[in-house]
Design a protein around this ligand. Sequence first.
Ligand SMILES: Cc1cc2nc3c(=O)[nH]c(=O)nc-3n(C[C@H](O)[C@H](O)[C@H](O)COP(=O)(O)OP(=O)(O)OC[C@H]3O[C@@H](n4cnc5c(N)ncnc54)[C@H](O)[C@@H]3O)c2cc1C
Ligand code: SF4
Length: 475
Amino acid sequence: MLKFVSRERETPDKRGADLRRRDFDEIYARFARDRAKTQAARCSQCGVPFCQDHCPLGNNIPDWLKLVAEGRLQDAYEVSSATNNMPEICGRICPQDRLCEGSCVIEQSGHGTVTIGSVEQYITETAWDNGWIKPICPDIELPQSIGVIGAGPAGLASAEQLRRDGFQVTIYDRYDRVGGLLIYGIPNFKLEKHIVTRRMEYLQESGVQFVRGFDVGRDASFAELRDKHDAILIATGVYKARAMNCPGVGSNGVVAALDYLTASNRKGLGDTVSKFETGELNASGKSVIVVGGGDTAMDCVRTAVRQRAKSVRCLYRRDRENMPGSAREVANAEEEGVIFEWLAAPKSVLGDAKRAIGIRAIKMKLGDADPSGRRVPLELVNAEIKFEADMVVTALGFEPEDLVSLFAAPELKLTRYGTLRVNPATLETSLPGVYAAGDIVRGASLVVWAIRDGRDAAAAISARLGGRDQLVAAE
Ligand SMILES: Cc1cc2nc3c(=O)[nH]c(=O)nc-3n(C[C@H](O)[C@H](O)[C@H](O)COP(=O)(O)OP(=O)(O)OC[C@H]3O[C@@H](n4cnc5c(N)ncnc54)[C@H](O)[C@@H]3O)c2cc1C
Ligand code: SF4
């Protein structure tokens, strides 16, 4: 260990921009065994590991890095999977620069952070390759059943934990496929879909029941589900797109980010998508402008590049330093040919109802910080600027759906943001026996936080239903 002085930081090989623009395959290769060992051995084994503190799952990072460096990969897998239900997914798509790697101490001494995410991915991929990941076989089968609404990372993580405790688990999802935004939001070039399907198959083999194409509120009432199960977990995510507020947004050619990304992901999965075939949700040959500066916007610009758009611009009202998206993804987008128009906000969509032909924008400057610490964007005077565009993709964030109406559950208490109000210690909602996890509690967030919530909610449900007590009584 402590090889950071003599060994440079290395990331897994990244395909060249010219090559990766041509397909939707992941852009990073996996570490080879020797490189994973060498990189893991750079860890300084801090007594107080800040990387672990800044991982939402509290992953035991120094321990599994040491085990990899020693070549004890199966042990490394046991340690890594004890705190994370999807280490190979987090290793790929966590914004590590803002989480674990962002607080790596050797980075602060100028040596470049340990490549924690890539090693984490390597460990679990090796575990899959070697058959170390076996379906769950609980020590006891309990009679109680849990209904989970939503098969995104929060729902899947909770289902796995509950199944381990021996509960009967059914997951309901309105989509035809399992994975939530892992399947229909995040593009293939960040997370190939077979990685998600493999997790679903593992849970299925572990006894978790999936009911797909089942929209709670439409195909069954929430009350019916509560009658059927001993506890409910709501993990429905946030899906209402925040609208762009300017004249012309109703024109043909202005599309919402998630509609656009879902169409692209469905095409990649082999579905027929009529709005893609008609061109409405296909950037091929078009001048595309994506409005927004988060990870969703980055996924849209990079998707448009791969669909062979004529040009792709990203319009964002703050500057690079104040962008919410991951710095790594911005750099990847730039390499792939995306043009960033910093400090520019849309004022209107040009064209008519039949067809958008561009955007009229205004240049901005940054004022003082607001109470959240972010600098406020202010319009400059006489600083209009026009951009040509056949397609405008709006990626301005998401809000929760009105679950109280959808579930006909007036007792369900909401926060002022429309997310579900929960007891922070247990994630129980205002309805006894009904828990919530993931984006529907936090607002649009991250996969790793959804997993954390799913695990916490599962622990609270298990405690409520006496999972452990029943196991002890049976022994
Ligand atoms: C384009 C995009 C890119 C992203 N990139 C990243 C990234 O790189 N890294 C990262 O960490 N995070 C990323 N995120 C955020 C991340 O995907 C979410 O934070 C995470 O998926 C939330 O998990 P969840 O389980 O709470 O909800 P979701 O993943 O949204 O899953 C919710 C599920 O509930 C189902 N559902 C909703 N309502 C009902 C109902 N009434 N009945 C039945 N089922 C229902 C939905 O169909 C869905 O399958 C991205 C998000 C987007 C939109
Ligand atoms: S789960 Fe995410 S934040 Fe935690 S160690 Fe893995 S990559 Fe880092």
